[in-house]
Design a protein around this ligand. Structure first.
Ligand code: ADP
Ligand code: MG
Ligand code: ZN
Length: 483
């Protein structure tokens, strides 16, 4: 059987975080009472005229620079003509042709333990459409609040650089974090502010022609992107191996069923009757503007990750998690600047703190009650031996819930580590008495069981017993050597 190679390109749409819409002063925000954030311009009333949002242009410029693109010094807009009820003007203002704001760039993507350089064909600016709702009554309704929201499109280069679902997912994750770092998009796939449409085809490995592609829509999570692509690759292979032909079409993804389905056959460029938008002047960039925006670019995730690995001697895994969003990375650096040991800070942030934040449904570490100072203090309490690691977990949880200071929690709850030999021996003897079978096993040299007895003592002491001392004392009591 032939070895198949998948070729994957990606179109990503990102709603920009401007205050107002692309061509009018209506509010740009998710949701809202339907049809309350619109005006004659964004609902396409005859005689209304668009005025360009400078901030939106600058956000696309910022993204294009961060993606290593060439900038079109003069960039024009087009009308893409088609009828659909969510598009009141019957055309979308978009950038078509060879003057997108950014072109010929690239993004380095960590995937499967190596870096894949994904080339970018274009980064351009357009406007979003309204939203259709199909009601249970059989009627359809349309909400124009989203109509005219600034939308950036980022398209990867042909020939495609991505060849697996993991790489495509990694590209999207990396791109998302870059956009969020840049402050140009909130990256909320579940709210549709970041949407992606993978295009893929399959060919015999090593071939120099490309297969017929299909495009996938309705993917609203990273997981759906990966599953959808995996499914499509297998579907293409099955069609080709049974001697069939892949039809060029747009397909939807049904996440519940784990299946794609045909939506419509592909429309072609000429169907849209593109022509230059007569109501807008071209965007002209100056060297000054470009250099000013370039100088304001933040350190991007991949660079930050490398710096974290070198500067703080962190394993790649820890660094990758910490740089996922800028806020977490900044928080980590603050904890370390306050004197905490970097690896300990990373462990707490990626471990127990991340778990608490997820469980509470909080968006960012900044919104939780644990301050960088609290985390620094907690780490210090463990390192000085004032509390045990297991008590520290309880303390963190308490600080997280109440915002109290770690040392206060330790005081108020009497959680100080117990190293007093008499107290420890009393707990050790109780644990041995209550678990005679386990004790017998340890006496006979089954050292794996020792940890069980240590756990029993920790329970009796509510986590306060010095675990190293406990190990030693259990060994002593049972007459075995503990290293
Ligand atoms: P369309 O006009 O159909 O949207 P584009 O030419 O704009 O197609 O390409 C969209 C994306 O699909 C790009 O990322 C491109 O690299 C990718 N692409 C184009 N042809 C193929 C193909 N045969 N196989 C895989 N990806 C492709
Ligand atoms: Mg397309
Ligand atoms: Zn408006």
């Amino acid at each position: 059987m032939a070895e198949w190679e998948a070729c994957i390109g990606m179109e990503v749409h990102a709603e920009l975080l401007t205050d107002s819409k692309m061509f009018c002063s209506c509010v740009n925000a998710f949701g809202g009472e339907p049809n309350t954030r619109c005006c004659p311009v964004c609902t396409g009333m005859p005689g209304s005229l668009p005025v360009m949002n400078r901030k939106a242009v600058e956000m696309v410029l910022r993204t294009a620079l961060a993606l290593n693109c060439e900038i079109s010094m003069t960039s024009i807009f087009h009308r893409k003509n088609y009828f659909y009820p969510d598009l009141p003007k019957n055309y979308q203002i978009s950038q078509y042709g060879d003057t997108p704001i950014g072109k010929r760039g690239w993004l380095d993507v960590p995937a499967n333990g190596r870096i894949v350089r994904v080339h970018i064909r274009r980064v351009h600016l357009e406007e979003d459409t309204g939203k259709l709702f199909h009601l249970p009554t059989g009627e359809s309704a349309v909400d124009y609040n989203r109509s005219g929201v600034p939308l950036m499109e980022i398209v990867t280069e042909f020939p495609p650089d991505m060849h697996s679902a993991e790489e495509a997912r990694a590209y999207l994750e990396t791109l998302r974090s870059v956009l969020v770092y840049l402050g140009v998009c909130d990256g909320r796939m579940e709210q549709g502010s970041l949407r992606c449409e993978p295009n893929l085809s399959v060919r015999p490995g090593g071939g120099d022609t490309f297969g017929v592609k299909t495009e996938l829509k309705n993917l609203n999570s990273f997981r759906a992107v990966q599953r959808g692509i995996e499914y499509e690759i297998q579907r293409h292979i099955a069609v080709l191996e049974s001697g069939g032909k892949v039809v060029q079409e747009t397909r939807g993804w049904n996440d519940e069923r784990g299946e794609s389905f045909s939506m419509r056959t592909k429309e072609y460029e000429q169907d849209y009757r593109y022509f230059p938008e007569p109501d807008l002047v071209p965007v002209q960039f100056s060297e000054e503007w470009i250099e000013q925006v370039r100088a304001s670019l933040p350190e991007l995730p991949l660079t930050k990750r490398q710096r974290f690995i070198e500067q703080y001697a962190l394993p790649e895994y820890d660094a990758t998690l910490l740089v996922e969003d800028r806020c977490t990375a900044d928080y980590f650096e603050e904890v370390v600047a306050l004197g905490a040991e970097p690896k300990a800070a990373a462990n707490w942030m990626n471990g127990d703190l991340a778990r608490l934040i997820n469980a509470a449904g909080i968006e960012s570490v900044r919104e939780c009650k644990v301050t960088p100072r609290d985390l620094r203090d907690l780490i210090a309490l463990v390192q000085k031996g004032t509390i045990t690691g297991s008590v520290a977990k309880q303390v963190l949880e308490e600080v997280f819930q109440t915002g109290a200071e770690p040392s206060q929690v330790v005081q108020a709850k009497g959680l100080t580590q117990v190293s007093d030999a008499d107290q420890l021996i009393a707990w050790v003897r109780q644990a041995i008495e209550e678990n005679p079978d386990a004790a017998e096993k340890v006496r006979n040299g089954k050292m794996q069981t020792l940890q069980f007895l240590v756990g029993q003592v920790m329970k009796l002491s509510r986590g306060r017993a010095n675990p190293n001392e406990v190990r030693r004392l259990i060994g002593e009591e049972l007459g075995v050597t503990v290293e």
